[in-house]
Structure formats: structure tokens, C-alpha cells
Design a protein around this ligand. Structure first.
Ligand code: NOJ
Length: 554
């Protein structure tokens, strides 16, 4: 058993813009997080992952960085950051930061210089295509208003490349000076005492810079196999490991968009000295349209297929490597709405069931802020309610093309990123106690019923159940390292599995449906000890109520 501290931790993700506003400008900030340090500690989590807090014009909410060594003014100052880091460390909590280095903001001084002239010393920091070579071969861009990753820049009669918005030009990783700049910047933060990084769209950093013409067959959105995951990706990750990670006792997790299971170990096999962990997306795409980011079939929840995804991703890391597990983050809708059931009747049951899942799998769990309360989607179908550039740009693009933008919005509403970005619901006062001003994104109106203050005092709340589960995981290394095996794997309603270490076995049974479900197994539940359950009296007879979750010790 290859034990490591970063395999044993529970990570709590904080989206600073929506966590707590300390100065009434409607935008969450570092002082707000500092005010909530005791709350964060009370969760029992070990690591905080902070979404980007660097200086940024916020075209993509901080994922467009204009200064990697300064704190975004809206969020506070470097002094605030230092206080936050110290406050976390005093409470025994580690901090990992977002590392966004596939691209910068177009307002970053490097890009400002780069676009000035063709012989500017910073020219080679980005990907340029001179207009006299003709129109560059088409590349799809996720956030561009015209879905085109090339943007013409008149100053030098050239196009620059941006997979994300036109305000997020891609850095040229083939330039060793760029790589050195990145490693120096990472060391700046590591030397400040942070504990590691989450690596944004890290599979995009290497691309085929000859930019060959791609087949017309390439579906929109399929950019990873076509022009990310380039030939030097592993070389760069090994270099980053040598230059930075190997120098510190730290943790890292890559956002591994486009990585399939066959390639998994290339990234995280410890013998290769690249990454420790990454997160994949295979389980998140269910029911989602291939081209438009919308739910096409709400009923398309094939639990049997979904379970097998988790089984495969468990097996691939049996000998080497290590996995992560998550159901929500700032790029997704709320886990309770997406994988559970946000009706008043089942919201709390299903949120607790999903937490039982996250905290009993053999992988490092990531919990997104607000999910510990079972916060839910807003599902807006009015474009004026949105702040996310993806939703806004795509909606207007469809409109301009004369397509049915409103139909898109209806399908998109339940999976839009803004669902996961609504302000934290602290209490039942105006604006959910998030701000004394007008929040940058409207508060979910269910805050009077769903909020941290109420849940702290309610022994049956999602929050208190979550805290108990975190403790339970800590007290039972079996839940971290124990072998995972599906039980009754073809059951379309129940996700059941055992976790076994030495001679101890736990059985988790999770009902993902809103009707009673029967477990078929030879394992003897009647004789077992019930360790956790989300109903007042957990089932001990193979029949499970809607969204019931039980952990037995066999
Ligand atoms: C992934 C981040 O999680 C997302 O929020 C962002 O828009 C893109 N990368 C671009 O940086």
C-alpha cells in the first residue's frame, strides 16, 4: 500500500467570487474567506483549492490572468492573501492555488508587448500567424463569439491563437523562456508557503504548432484530440515536475480534459514523475448534447453505464497512480440538481447520498463549496440572468445565425456554469448573508430554506451529515486505501460496492432513484453493523428507500 498524505485528504473547493463579500461591493473576497475560516475548519476538510485570485480583467472570471504575482483588486491585497494562508495553516488546512498557464489575459504585459511588433522580444510568447500566409486553418474555440480560435490583430497584420475567449491568448509553451517564466512564478507561490496547484486545462499546453488543416469532419468541441494533447505534453509535465513539484512536499491535480483511460497512467504513474492526480470528465457528460452544451435528454441517466465508468477508473489505478472524485465544481451545475433530486421532498436525502458516494470511494474527494449544504440550481431561462461568457456568447452567436437561441437556453439552463456560481447561502437574511450590497450574480431564492446557519443547528442537516462523513473517512483508512468492488452491478437504481482492507469490509448501498429499490447480493446485510445512513432508521433488509444511503460493516 503506497500511502501518501495527498491521497488521504478531503479537498474543499472555494470559488472566491461567490463565497463571502466583506466590503459590500457584491463580490466575494479574501477577507470574506478569512471571516469564514472557522466555518471551513468546522467541516473537517484538509485542503482548500482556491479558484484564481490573481489580477484579472475577469472576462472569464479570473481564468484570464493579467498579473500572476498580484491579487485581483476586487478580492483584496497580497497582505490579505498572507493572512488567509496563515489562518488556514494555523488550522491545519493546506492551500492549493489554480495554475492557469495555457493562456494569459490579453491585458497581461507579455501579450501587450507581443502584439506591438513582429520583432518584439515577447513575440514568441504566443502563437502568431502572419496574414500573408493566408487565413489560418480553422480551429474551434469554446468561448469565442464566432467559435473561431484565431483572432486577427491589425497592429502586426497577424492572427493570434486562443482556445478560450479572444481575451485569453494561448501561451507558446515551445518557447523555453515561457516555460521558465511559468516555473519561476510557481516557485514564487510555493516559496510563499502554498501547498500545491490545480492545473487548469493542462492538456492544452502542447499543440501541433504547424497548425495543419484539419478534416472538415472534426466535430465542434472535439479539440482535445485534434489540437491539444500535443507532442510535447509529457515532456513539459516532466520538466515542471523536476523544476517545481519535486522541490517541495506539495500536491497537484491536473484538469485533464480529453484524457482517456488508456492514457491515464502516462500522467500519474509515479515512476514517470509527472502529475500526482488529475480529474477526468467521463462521468459528467451523461445526457449532454455533443455540440451544444445543453441537456438533450433529462431521463438519460443510465446508472449501470455510469457505475462502470467509476469501476474502470478505479481499476486503472490499482497498481500505480491515484484518482480523484468529484460531482460538482465551478464549471458545472449543482451536484444535487444534476445527480440527485432537488425537489423539497428529496433534496436533503439525495445530497447526503451523493456525499456518501464522494467520501467512500478510493480516490481523493473534491467537494465544491455550497454542496455541503445541498445547494441547488437556479435554472434561469432568461439570458439577462447570466454572467458566464460561455452562455452569453453562445446564445448571441445562435441568435445571429438565426437559430433558436431560446431553445438552447432551455436545454442549457440546467447545466450552465452559473448554477454552481450563485453566492454561498450563509443565513436567511437578505442576500443570504453573502453581501450587504448587490451580489454580482443573483442569490438562489431558496436561501431562506437552505443556508448554513440553519443547518449548523439542525442535527439532521446535510451539513452535519457531511461533517460526520468526513470524520468517518478519516477514522477509517479502509475508505481511502481499501479495494473497491461493485455489488449487484446491473442494478439500474442502486450503486452498491464494497471497500475492503485486510480483513475488514464495508458495503455502501446508494439508491440513485426516487423509488424503492431491491439489492440482490449474497452478502449478509442482516448480520452487519450499520456505520452510517441518511434515513433516521437505515434499512437492514435489502430494500432501499428513495435516495437512501447506508454504509454497513460486514
Ligand atoms: C477550466 C476552468 O475550470 C474554467 O472555469 C475556465 O473557463 C477554463 N478552464 C479556461 O481557463
Amino acid at each position: 500500500m503506497n500511502t501518501k498524505w495527498w491521497k488521504e485528504v478531503v479537498v474543499y473547493q472555494i470559488y472566491p467570487r461567490s463565497f463571502k463579500d466583506s466590503n459590500g461591493d457584491g463580490i466575494g473576497d479574501l477577507k470574506g474567506i478569512i471571516e469564514k475560516l472557522d466555518y471551513i475548519q468546522s467541516l473537517g476538510i484538509d485542503v482548500v483549492w482556491l479558484n484564481p485570485v490573481y489580477e484579472s480583467p475577469n472576462d472569464d472570471m479570473g481564468y484570464d490572468i493579467s498579473d500572476y504575482r498580484a491579487i485581483m483588486q476586487q478580492f483584496g491585497t497580497m497582505d490579505d492573501f498572507d493572512v488567509l494562508l496563515e489562518g488556514l495553516h494555523q488550522r491545519g488546512i493546506k492551500l492549493i492555488m489554480d495554475l492557469v498557464v495555457n493562456h494569459t489575459s490579453d491585458e497581461h504585459p507579455w501579450f501587450q508587448e507581443s502584439r506591438k511588433s513582429r520583432d518584439n522580444p515577447y513575440r514568441g510568447y504566443y502563437h502568431w500567424w502572419e496574414a500573408e500566409k493566408g487565413t489560418p486553418p480553422y480551429r474551434w474555440s469554446i468561448f469565442d463569439k464566432e467559435s473561431n480560435a484565431w483572432k486577427y490583430d491589425a497592429a502586426t497584420d497577424s492572427y493570434y491563437f486562443h482556445i478560450f475567449s479572444e481575451k485569453q491568448p494561448d501561451l507558446n509553451w515551445e518557447n523555453p523562456i515561457v516555460r521558465k517564466e511559468v516555473y519561476d512564478m510557481m516557485k514564487f507561490w510555493m516559496d510563499k508557503g502554498i501547498d500545491g496547484f490545480r492545473l487548469d486545462v493542462i492538456t492544452c499546453i502542447s499543440k501541433d504548432t504547424a497548425f495543419p488543416v484539419l478534416s472538415d469532419e472534426m466535430p465542434a468541441g472535439a479539440w482535445f484530440p485534434y489540437y491539444a494533447k500535443g507532442p510535447h505534453l509529457h515532456e513539459y509535465l516532466q520538466e515542471m515536475n523536476r523544476e517545481v513539484f519535486a522541490q517541495y512536499d506539495c500536491m497537484n491535480v491536473g484538469e485533464a480534459s480529453g484524457v482517456n483511460i488508456e492514457e491515464a497512467l502516462l500522467f500519474v504513474n509515479e515512476d514517470r514523475q509527472e502529475l500526482q492526480t488529475f480529474y477526468h470528465f467521463e462521468h459528467t457528460g451523461f445526457g449532454i448534447h455533443k455540440e451544444h452544451f445543453m441537456l438533450e435528454d433529462e431521463t438519460n441517466r443510465d446508472l449501470v453505464a455510469w457505475k462502470k465508468i467509476f469501476e474502470r477508473w478505479d481499476q486503472v489505478f490499482l497498481e500505480k497512480g491515484w484518482g480523484t472524485i468529484y460531482l460538482g465544481n465551478h464549471d458545472m451545475s449543482r451536484m444535487t440538481s444534476r445527480y440527485g433530486n432537488d425537489s423539497p421532498e428529496y433534496r436533503a436525502y439525495s445530497a447526503k447520498m451523493l456525499h456518501t458516494f464522494l467520501l467512500t470511494m478510493r480516490a481523493t474527494p473534491y467537494i465544491y463549496n455550497g454542496d455541503e449544504l445541498g445547494m441547488t440550481n437556479t435554472n434561469h431561462t432568461d439570458i439577462a440572468a447570466y454572467q458566464d461568457l460561455y452562455t452569453i456568447n453562445y446564445y448571441h452567436q445562435l441568435k445571429e445565425k438565426g437559430e433558436d437561441a431560446q431553445a438552447f437556453l432551455h436545454g442549457h439552463a440546467r447545466i450552465s456554469r452559473d448554477n454552481g456560481r450563485t453566492p454561498m447561502q450563509w443565513d436567511d437574511t437578505e442576500q443570504a448573508g453573502f453581501t450587504t450590497g448587490k451580489p454580482w450574480l443573483a442569490v438562489n431564492q431558496n436561501y431562506t430554506a437552505i443556508n448554513a446557519a440553519e443547518q449548523a443547528h439542525n442535527p439532521d442537516s446535510v451539513l452535519n451529515y457531511f461533517k460526520k462523513l468526513v470524520q468517518f473517512r478519516k477514522e477509517n483508512p479502509l475508505l481511502v486505501y481499501g479495494a473497491f468492488a461493485l455489488v449487484d452491478e446491473n442494478n439500474p437504481q442502486l450503486f452498491a460496492y464494497t471497500r475492503t482492507l485486510h480483513n475488514q469490509t464495508f458495503l455502501a448501498v446508494l439508491n440513485f432513484s426516487d423509488t424503492n429499490a431491491q439489492l440482490h447480493t449474497n452478502l449478509s446485510i442482516e448480520q452487519s453493523i450499520i456505520r452510517m445512513g441518511n434515513y433516521a432508521i437505515p434499512s437492514q433488509n435489502y430494500s432501499f428507500r428513495p435516495y437512501e444511503a447506508v454504509i454497513y460493516e460486514l
